[in-house]
Design a protein around this ligand. Structure first.
Ligand code: BGC
Length: 734
């Protein structure tokens, strides 16, 4: 059994940005990058806030980083000791990912003796607006210590600075910073209280955008000097009296004391693990990578609200504009559905609440219904720009069509809502706006249908499927099948809504002619063309004309790269005229609708597409892994599963695209690893409303044990190579 600790031994300057992601702690309201307290913006520290955005000029709109209340460094005999500038004798960082606590331990040589600094910090899982840090200094010679600790308002931003105004103040032993955002004049308030086990001379100073306490004292050799910081963050979007709340909270935390609040934080994490831990007998590394992935999903789960989703890079920074993609519904949702359905509901409620934004987007293209944002921010605003990639050769923005043509996004929302209904058995979301979402998504696809008179069928042309390297294609198999699914779901809910409640019936009948809609959706579901396997090869073409593209190997294609950062898709992208695809596409469709295809078709398509897939998105490997399990190839699934589960652990993915930082955590990959373990290897599925498991474990795994929540009950699942035991442990209490 591994010890639930991720280590970094030694100081490696080149790992600073990656460690920010790898050692992240968070609680869904905020995410704190795994940086050190003394870091300034050149080392990318950030306390990333969920769901609050700002825009400066025409730069990309992005989420806010709160003023950094953790900021701290020391001086010993008038000389500062801080990384990355002052190289240490020893240094290590450790993340306890069972409890979301980050430790650092650094020793410097002052010439006269050693100076040791230790810190530990966490974002309270119990009180989402609270951060706490314990900091200790010890030297092996006497000396004069000066601690500089406070709030650094000069935060790292990609497209900032966002705080036009920063009000720094102190009162009653507390220090505060209020940042006022550029566009909406939202306010972000940070308050800090301090407590120490020793006495010192205190002075409060403001230095540019920092407000600091300077604490001076004479340190005796061998004595540990400990102090604690309690930091609260509230914004004017949370509540009107955000600053009063911030003050109240740190006062309360200081009164309770560090030990008490860390204890309840740990207890909260233990509660999460009591349901979500996955035990694998026979493979400690896989178990570690999987539970570490689960850790990241917990860190970003919005539990402080009932309507919010998760950004593609979680709370690790402003990358990808802090926007929500199909990643949530297709890759992360299952984890929450199976272990904490209230969070799943919150994620989907966000989509219900952003329906108006989706309708506006559809309208802007002249369509009816709901076209969800490809990169969704608050209110459903689509942050995806028309020029979303910078060409490395000309340095000019390239026209991309992700926003306009990835219409499969709307079906992902429908898919998520229906999964929620099926796994929880609750119709609450449907009654609470979910039906309208499904109907509006179906209306959108209906409006897009192209009737082929000669073939008596409908088509969807000019789209982008999951594989973003091939833009503006016709009849992408995945998109068409998901649109058909949307029509089927819409027809289904229209047939059932009347029986749900009278008010709902009245509401829907006032808005729509349900009889006409039902007729249309049933007709569309029947006649929408779904590309079929070819007679002999059994291969399903990803889109019309795919078979005519150049069949080049991945290796050869990579050999043609002129610049390692060049974009593979778009107008003259390297992959555009070839069969090489960015990520699972047909395979995603086959995985979702595997029951509709023979084993031979599943296998042949897996074998055909896998070597032609770059896995250039972290969303890709898990889909191939899950389909491999369904093809009875768990050992082929295994490396792809490890790839998904280790994305944030190994941090080998691309960190920079030209001047744009694209690193961060990869929650869709984490969610995909969870799905592969639970739905792939353990084979969890629903059959006639019953929970079933068809295990298919990798050769070297002896067993897997985990729990899932299904229709209000907790089930313990124990699977061995080919056997499964499902035990009902009773009611689940949220
Ligand atoms: C992938 C998309 C994904 C997005 C955010 C892109 O690289 O192609 O499928 O939604 O990243 O993770």
């Amino acid at each position: 059994m591994k010890d639930w600790i991720i280590w970094e031994n030694g100081f490696h300057i080149e790992n600073i940005s990656q460690n920010g992601n790898k050692f992240l702690v968070g609680n869904g309201y905020l995410g704190i990058r795994g940086t050190l307290p003394e870091y300034e913006k050149s080392e990318f520290p950030a306390i990333n806030l969920a769901g609050i955005y700002d825009q400066v000029g025409v730069a990309w709109r992005e989420p806010l980083n709160a003023p950094n209340g953790l900021y701290t460094y020391i001086e010993f005999n008038n000389k500062p000791y801080r990384l990355p500038g002052d190289l240490p004798l020893n240094h290590r960082m450790a993340l306890d990912y069972r409890h979301g606590i980050l430790y650092r331990d650094t020793v410097w040589d002052s010439g006269d003796g050693k100076i040791k600094v230790k810190s530990e910090r966490f974002a309270s899982l119990e009180e989402k607006h609270l951060i706490a840090m314990k900091y200790s200094i010890c030297s092996d010679v006497d000396g004069e210590v000066r601690i500089h600790t406070g709030i650094d308002g000069d935060v790292w931003d990609i497209n900032g600075p966002h705080y036009d105004e920063l009000i720094l103040s102190d009162s009653d032993q507390l220090i505060q910073a209020v940042g006022i955002t550029h566009k909406n004049k939202d306010k972000v308030g940070v308050c800090e209280a301090y407590d120490a086990s020793f006495s010192s001379q205190k002075q409060i100073i403001t230095l540019g955008r920092k407000i600091l306490r300077v604490l001076s004292f004479h340190a005796k050799a061998g004595v540990n000097y400990d102090f604690y910081k309690y930091i609260s963050v509230y914004t004017s979007k949370d509540c009107l009296n955000y600053i009063d709340n911030a003050i109240e909270l740190v006062k309360k935390a200081k009164e309770e004391g560090y030990e008490t609040i860390i204890e309840s934080h740990i207890a909260e994490w233990e509660t999460k693990w009591s349901i979500s831990e996955v035990i694998i007998d026979g493979d400690d590394s896989a178990m570690e990578a999987l539970n570490y992935s689960i850790y990241h999903l917990h860190c970003i789960a919005p539990r402080h609200t009932d309507s919010l989703s998760i950004a593609a890079r979680g709370l690790s920074g402003q990358m990808y504009k802090g926007a929500v993609f199909w990643d949530t519904e297709m890759f992360m949702l299952d984890f929450f559905l199976f272990t904490e359905p209230t969070v799943a509901k919150t994620l989907l409620k966000y989509r219900i609440d952003t329906l108006e934004g989706a309708k506006r987007k559809a309208q802007s293209y002249g369509y009816q219904g709901a076209f969800y944002a490809w990169e969704s921010q608050e209110g459903g605003y689509d942050a995806c720009s028309d020029y979303n990639v910078i060409d490395v050769f000309t340095k000019r923005p390239m026209r991309t069509y992700f926003k306009d043509k990835q219409i499969h996004i709307s079906s992902a929302i429908v898919y998520g809502i229906m999964r929620y209904v099926n796994y929880t058995g609750n119709l609450d979301l449907l009654a609470d706006g979910g039906i309208e979402v499904i109907i509006e998504c179906a209306r959108f696809y209906y409006d897009l249908l192209l009737k082929k008179v000669d073939k008596d069928r409908y088509e969807l042309n000019d789209v982008i499927g999951p594989d973003e390297y091939h833009e503006r294609v016709n009849n992408n198999a995945y998109t068409n099948r998901m649109a058909k699914y949307t029509f089927e779901c819409a027809a289904h809910v229209i047939k059932m809504y009347r029986h749900m409640n009278k008010d709902l019936d009245d509401k829907l009948s006032a808005q729509y002619n349900m009889t006409v809609l039902l007729e249309r959706f049933e007709d569309a579901a029947l006649k929408l063309y779904i590309p079929q396997p070819e007679d002999t090869s059994k291969i399903i073409r990803q889109f019309d004309g795919y078979e005519q593209l150049e069949d080049v190997s991945l290796k050869e294609l990579k050999g043609r790269l002129l610049d390692e950062k060049e974009y593979w898709g778009g107008a003259y992208g390297l992959a555009s005229h070839t069969k090489i695809i960015k990520q699972a596409d047909v395979v995603t469709m086959l995985n979702i609708f595997s029951g509709e295809y023979s084993d031979e078709i599943l296998l042949k398509n897996w074998e055909y597409y896998e070597p032609r897939t770059e896995h250039g998105s972290s969303l890709s490997a898990c889909m191939y892994a899950m389909l491999a399990c369904k093809c009875n190839m768990p050992d082929k699934a295994y490396p792809l599963f490890i790839k998904s589960a280790s994305t944030d652990l190994v941090q080998k993915g691309k960190q920079w695209a030209g001047l744009i930082y694209i690193g961060g955590t990869h929650p869709a990959s984490s969610g995909g690893a969870y799905m592969t373990a639970v739905e792939g290897f353990a084979g969890i599925c629903l059959e006639d409303g019953k929970l079933k498991a068809y295990p298919n474990l990798p050769r070297h795994w002896n067993s897997m044990i985990f729990k899932i929540i299904y229709r209000g009950d907790i089930y313990k699942i124990e699977v061995t190579k080919k056997l499964a035991k499902i035990s009902n442990l009773g009611k689940y209490k949220a």
